[in-house]
Design a protein around this ligand. Sequence first.
Ligand code: NI
Length: 176
Amino acid sequence: MARLDILVYPDPRLRTRATPVEAVDDSIRQLAEDMLETMYEAPGIGLAATQVNVHKRLLVADVTDDRSGPHVLINPEIIEKDGVEVMEEGCLSVPGFFEKVERADHIRVRALGLDGQPYEMEAEGLLAVCIQHEMDHLEGKLFVDYLSQLKRQRIRKKLEKERRLKPQTPDRAPAI
Ligand code: NI
């Protein structure tokens, strides 16, 4: 297993629209495992492949306190939704910011599992919110998009400033 680097807003790669997973093979299963590890270590309750710069329709989530409820959703589709839930959301790609967002309170989702077989699941409350948030990532959308332009700009400026202050680590070893 490996921990993956998480892209931070306003990184333009977070705006990429993910493409469907064509085949659930070992590389996809490895990716899901690495994403779960990365999410738990962060710590977070959900992570979309987009956030680790893999632009495939895959997300992981676990809203339990003891890592007992991992979900892996491949090519997820919401087939039913109802109710209204307003929760304070955060995002591993928007570290340090939490804002209220309105979403459906109950959803029914169809996805492929790690065995490549389709399944359906129902989610409500926090898990429903989490899955909707992660599915937005697969569309290149972030929770800050639901906020006012003023709030979004404030968050963007603070994160850009933090990035400038942090020493930059090179993406790969220097060529010699
Ligand atoms: Ni997020």
